[in-house]
Write a protein that binds this ligand. Sequence first.
Ligand SMILES: C[S@@+](CC[C@H](N)C(=O)[O-])C[C@H]1O[C@@H](n2cnc3c(N)ncnc32)[C@H](O)[C@@H]1O
Length: 238
Amino acid sequence: MTLSKAYHIDKHSSDRKQNDYYPTPPIATYTLIKEYDIPKTLLEPAAGRGWISHELKHNGFEVYSSDLFEYNNPLVEMETGIDFLQTKKDDRVEAVITNPPFKNRLAEKFVRHSINLYDTSFILCRTTFMESLGRYDLFKETPPTEILVFANRINCDENAMFSVDKQLSGMVSYAWFIWDKRKDYTNKIRWINSKEHVESFLLTHPYEYAKFKVDSPYINNSASTQAVDLTSQELYND
Ligand SMILES: C[S@@+](CC[C@H](N)C(=O)[O-])C[C@H]1O[C@@H](n2cnc3c(N)ncnc32)[C@H](O)[C@@H]1O
């Protein structure tokens, strides 16, 4: 990747915020894979550049990815211009997984739409998603099967994606909210710790997310540009 391309991504940071684009660090998806039996075929309907999808594919899952908006340099094959809230059931998949947009109650709308159509939904949200009067009916009438609360903090910033240390350097607490009709219980809460999975995560990604700190790919220096070159080689070799 050239420097000008790196700048091109950065130029659109205001659009990214406007679209509620907060990418999911791969270690967050990997932790879910290690902690829960995820069905083999999934839909990621708010995939952004495809960080969740890429990590799932890397671990052998079949994932269909779409988003309402189009982003530079998608990591996986992506259908854009698709408003998930207007979609019908996709019979190719067994489950939905996403980190939904949050503004204008979109996360709640995503959950309602997803659990209406699909038997299993994995929704990454801030832990504060479980509170508020606005979502009382959602949780009372359709309680989640399980909430996996991250004991560690994750960093939903694309600048953090190139080192596992940075992926784990967030300030906000997150959880996977799971609705799963395959299970016969609801409202189970469990704590998960990504740090327990770092070693095997790094073994599955020997080049991409080295434990040493790599400069931001968006910063103007040649060392960081090289870091992007290395990682994108790996990412596109899917
Ligand atoms: C928090 S980001 C998550 C990105 C991606 N899931 C990830 O984890 O890396 C939310 C995404 O929702 C997308 N989005 C916003 N409204 C949408 C809609 N109605 N339908 C589909 N995608 C939407 C945004 O473009 C953005 O990529």
